[in-house]
Ligand binder design. Structure first.
Ligand SMILES: C[S@@+](CC[C@H](N)C(=O)[O-])C[C@H]1O[C@@H](n2cnc3c(N)ncnc32)[C@H](O)[C@@H]1O
Length: 285
């Protein structure tokens, strides 16, 4: 399956609009996972590693990777994302490490990096969101030298994820029936188990020696209202909310906010949610 240029533009626009909230609300959580991913492979990389960050978002992984290169006095990071606003945030974050990093707007489904030979291609909650994931896994693997590492983080299922349950359960209960019947199944449900993730990546990409690790993290938001704002901007939950009529939307917002306020213990209380993901590490063959 390949996606059209219009779909790619729409994706980029959605993430552009969400970029400031994402950086403020969610990047502290994903940044923790990103740094953990890098730590898991850094000892297996050469002294001056060439590292690719696919779907870099605001740049936490790229910053950690460029800092590693700076500490070692060699190596370089290329950070790419389809959203120009995300790339601008990553560029700003990477400015102090400029000698070791550069950012580009690129589609991770195709990459277009002919003759690339990275030592590691990492994607923290990136490729699993692509409409054409097999192309994303393949492009990532093909950007590596033989023996290089593909490393990616993907959320585990709702049964392991308070963060997912806290959003999905009140949202599904409050949405009008026409939007939830049949229940919307995220296209990445098959990736939520370690077996499903390993099977999909190894079917699509020339990799072997797969390891899967569990990484837990905590999202701490200043208030229930911040969580709702994040849900509206996030392309996954936001696309469902956007399909409500204005009066339906007000009802959904009240119901979801009330559920968050019960969890937080009040409307001005922080909302703290546990989350869990798989980190896959595999070697280019
Ligand atoms: C959940 S965010 C993850 C960002 C970052 N890696 C992190 O861990 O915070 C998903 C990112 O994927 C990017 N993205 C979505 N589709 C993409 C594509 N086809 N090519 C490159 N980036 C894409 C979005 O712009 C967004 O920055």
């Amino acid at each position: 399956m390949s996606t059209s240029a219009n779909d790619d533009l729409a994706t980029a626009r959605m993430w552009d609009a969400h970029a400031p909230d994402y950086a403020q609300l969610f990047a502290p959580l994903t940044g923790h996972v990103a740094r953990t991913m890098l730590r898991m492979v850094e000892d297996r990389l050469p002294p001056a590693p060439r590292i690719l960050d696919i779907a870099c978002g605001p740049g936490d992984l790229a910053v950690a990777a460029a800092s590693l290169c700076a500490d070692r006095g060699g190596g370089a990071v290329l950070a790419i994302d389809i959203s120009p606003a995300m790339v601008a945030l990553a560029e700003r974050a990477l400015a102090p490490l400029g000698a070791h990093a550069r950012c580009e707007v690129r589609d991770g489904q195709t990459l277009g990096l002919e003759n690339a030979a990275f030592d590691a291609a990492l994607s923290c909650f990136g490729i699993f969101l692509f409409p054409d994931r097999p192309s994303g896994w393949r492009a990532a693997a093909e950007s590596l030298r033989p023996g290089g590492f593909l490393v990616t983080a993907v959320w585990r299922g709702a049964e392991h994820n308070e963060l997912a349950r806290a959003q999905v359960e009140p949202l599904m209960a409050a949405l009008p029936a026409r939007l939830t019947d049949p229940p919307p199944r995220p296209g990445w449900a098959g990736l939520a188990t370690a077996e499903g993730l390993a099977e999909e990546v190894t079917s699509a990409a020339p990799v072997a020696d797969v390891e899967i690790h569990v990484v837990d993290a905590t999202l701490a938001l200043p208030s229930p209202a911040a969580m709702w704002r994040g849900m509206v901007g996030n392309p996954i939950t936001g696309s469902l909310i956007a399909r409500c009529e204005p009066s339906e939307r007000a009802t959904v917002e009240r119901a979801v906010l009330a559920a968050f306020e019960r969890r937080a213990g009040g409307r001005d209380r922080p909302l703290v949610l546990g989350a869990s993901c798989h980190v896959l590490i595999a070697r280019r063959v």
